[in-house]
Design a protein around this ligand. Structure first.
Ligand SMILES: C[S@@+](CC[C@H](N)C(=O)[O-])C[C@H]1O[C@@H](n2cnc3c(N)ncnc32)[C@H](O)[C@@H]1O
Length: 308
């Protein structure tokens, strides 16, 4: 199971109360949502949005495994699952989904960005260089759209260099783009291991002092490009402020500096214009115990604001 990151902190900023409704825009396995639901019984609801249809199906499978009982308390496991409306969509359509579901009033919105442990370990979508899989990297699983393999095999060197530099903050972007373009002419690069091998071969042995796998930054860059992660975040934040109730909270957990900058700048701009109040002057990060128990939390940053 995916371990929800900064859970206590999210609950403290969202401050869910009985009967309040929340939107979880990157629903995943619903870890944060279930904790919110603990506090919102008997009638508080969650509108969950999740772009990965397999992830949605996994939630439904869990829901139907819970045994039916004659009295289902709203705070019991089944009661909590019943108070979730899960929609398979991209959070960039948040306002439309809220309207279609006639969902409200909304006391808070959470975006826990990125991918879950299941995506890395089991989804077979090519997110991890530790597994040999087709280089797809699409969260929505639609192979007919842009994939990481099509970027790697068809984009011009200058574009590859740009995304490696801009999205991956990779120092060796130009060297990597050149190597990929020369090798792909001999044989298409279609798997995670093919790409990871190429990268490993051209980087200096002491890359980043051995702290991260040499392919980490390129894989992140590809994922961001394929799923338009930065553009979607920029388009979603204003929609969140629109759908929130006055006084409603917005919490965003980011996992890289590009996402964090977008959230920080948006919160600052809205605060300057008197539309929201920043609740986290500095981003909240996990403590040593959380990082030890869940190493994937180490790059997480939480920022929160309230609609004025
Ligand atoms: C870090 S996980 C969320 C984990 C969740 N908070 C939990 O505790 O289980 C992020 C989830 O958001 C989904 N996601 C990422 N981008 C999305 C988008 N643009 N729209 C909707 N869902 C998205 C991913 O598929 C993934 O399941």
């Amino acid at each position: 199971m995916h371990v929800p990151v900064l859970l206590k902190e999210v609950i403290s900023y969202l401050d869910p109360q009985p009967n309040e409704n929340f939107v979880d825009g990157a629903f995943g396995e619903g870890g944060h949502s279930l904790a919110i639901l603990e506090n919102t019984s008997p009638a508080g609801k969650i509108l969950g949005i999740e772009t990965d249809k397999e992830m949605c199906a996994r939630w439904l499978a869990r829901k139907f495994q819970i045994p039916k009982s004659p009295s289902t308390p709203s705070s019991g496991p089944r009661g909590k699952f019943q108070r979730v409306i899960l929609v398979n969509d991209n959070f960039v359509n948040l306002k439309k989904v809220v309207k279609e579901k006639k969902f409200g009033p909304i006391s808070g919105v959470l975006l826990d960005l990125g991918i879950s442990s299941w995506h890395l370990e089991e989804s077979q979508k090519g997110f991890s260089f530790l597994r040999n899989e087709f280089l797809m990297m699409r969260l929505d699983g639609d192979k007919s759209k842009l994939t990481a393999a099509s970027i790697i095999n068809h984009w011009p060197a200058a574009e590859l260099e740009r995304i490696f530099r801009e999205y991956g903050e990779e120092r060796f972007a130009s060297k990597m783009a050149a190597a990929i373009c020369s090798l792909r002419n001999r044989k298409p690069i279609e798997t995670t291991w093919q790409l990871a091998e190429i990268i490993k071969r051209i980087l200096p042995p002491a890359y980043e002092g051995g702290r991260i796998h040499p392919a980490t930054r390129v894989f992140l860059a590809l994922r961001i490009a394929v799923n338009r992660e930065l553009e979607n975040l920029e388009r979603t934040l204003p929609q969140i402020l629109e759908v929130l109730n006055k006084g409603g909270k917005i919490c965003v957990i980011t996992f890289n500096s590009l996402e964090d900058r977008i959230v920080k700048n948006f919160f600052k701009e809205q605060a300057r214009e008197g539309r929201s109040k920043i609740l986290t002057p500095k981003p909240v990060t996990p403590g040593l115990v959380e990082i030890k128990n869940n190493p994937r939390s180490r790059s997480a940053k939480l920022r929160a604001a309230a609609k004025v």
